[in-house]
Design a protein around this ligand. Structure first.
Ligand code: TTP
Ligand code: MG
Length: 354
């Protein structure tokens, strides 16, 4: 059985602003774009949340439901700085850290020797260290046998709390969880489920795997596990997640473009199938790798949509510049890094950097 911790900073951007400016404490405030520029809320503090002010809400609407709301524009570089401090702390416990965003990560502490391997105590220590290092910022944690459950658990005693779900408690816990809390169930799927009378994980458990696949396609395989609290997904480090590709070395060097094209098409097909396991990831760029008969190697990387024509185009563009025999070809994709800067449109351009 694995031991996974999910850590999530509380009201992250807003908490940083409150830390740095005492006048923003104990009043409803939010980080976001201004209402006269049709901005939206990035996040709100807990006082503002009492009024219903939340992430992605238009600032104009937020002002309507909470007239005294104070809006602060974001300081992205500051948040990144804090994020780096927090992620440095994670590394003191394990190398198996998967960042989901600037303020959120999974840690696999199964083999962590600290605190007699008690994940509950490790989580408490991490939160304490974050508080010390960042000058008073709080985080919440969930401790569970897998990623699915750990993420749900970290919401349980938020803010500034933690919740441990030991393996024997999983069955009882998962039954009552509303379907929309499951990883991969967005608004559209949730509505569809509700219309079928499926409200909780217990409801989902009444369906066979076959029925789930009929109703939800491939996601049905995951759903069958998830609604039982089972999740086989590994904690993947940033290094592992950066790209995915396949390559072939040929026993005889290739000299004709048409032959290369055939190999590329076959590999793109393989890559497409392999990508099924990475549906949550966004493809940032396509890659084509060429190794010449003399072992000279070159990789082309370009931001383009995933399409076999584009791979062929990249190969042709490079090879026509240096049309010598080839001993190896490869195709791949580079993923969007999950800890990259949050989406800027949410700020309506009203970001002050320092
Ligand atoms: P979250 O962890 O979703 O939210 P939070 O940390 O503000 O609040 P809590 O975890 O206590 O519920 O997101 C982390 C940061 O990412 C958030 O502070 C601001 C940014 N963000 C956006 O800019 N836009 C969004 O729509 C969301 C959800 C977050
Ligand atoms: Mg957070």
């Amino acid at each position: 059985m694995r031991k996974i911790i999910h850590i999530d900073m509380d009201a992250f951007f807003a908490a940083v602003e409150m830390r740095d400016n005492p006048r923003l404490r104990n009043i409803p405030m939010a980080v976001g774009g201004s209402s006269d520029r049709r901005g939206v809320i990035s996040t709100s503090n807990y006082e503002a949340r009492k009024y219903g002010v939340k992430s992605a809400m238009p600032t104009a609407l937020a002002k309507k439901i909470c007239p005294q709301l104070v809006i602060v524009s974001g300081r992205m570089s500051k948040y990144k700085e804090v994020s780096d401090q927090v992620f440095e702390i994670f590394q003191q416990y394990t190398d198996l850290v998967e960042g989901l965003s600037w303020d959120e990560a999974y840690l696999d502490v199964t083999d962590c020797s600290q605190f007699n391997n008690s994940a509950t105590y490790i989580a408490r220590d991490i939160r304490e260290k974050i508080y010390q290092r960042t000058g008073g910022l709080t985080a919440s944690a969930g401790i569970a046998p897998n990623k699915l459950l750990a993420k749900m658990a970290s919401d349980f005693n938020k803010p500034n709390g933690q919740f441990t779900l030991p393996p024997p408690a999983v069955d009882e816990f998962i039954k009552k969880i509303p379907v929309e809390k499951l990883w991969g169930v967005g608004k559209v799927t949730a509505t569809y489920m509700h219309n079928l009378g499926l409200k909780t994980c217990l409801d989902l458990q009444s369906l066979s795997q076959q029925e789930l696949i009929e109703k939800f396609g491939k996601f049905g395989y995951n759903l069958y596990d998830f609604c039982r609290g089972i999740d086989q997904r590994e904690v993947e480090t940033e290094f592992e997640r950066k790209s995915l590709g396949t390559e072939e070395t040929y026993s005889k060097d290739i000299t004709h473009f048409d032959e290369m094209k055939g190999h590329i098409l076959k590999m793109v097909q393989e890559l497409k199938e392999a990508l099924d396991d990475f549906q949550e990831k966004e493809i940032k760029a396509l890659q084509v790798k060429i190794k010449y008969f003399d072992f000279k190697q070159t990789t082309i990387e370009r931001q383009m949509p995933f399409d076999e024509k584009n791979f062929i185009y990249l190969l042709e563009e490079r090879w026509s510049m240096d049309p010598r025999p080839i001993r190896l070809l490869g195709v791949g994709v580079k993923f969007q890094e999950q800890r990259e800067q949050p989406q800027l449109p949410l700020f309506d351009g009203a970001i002050s950097m320092r």
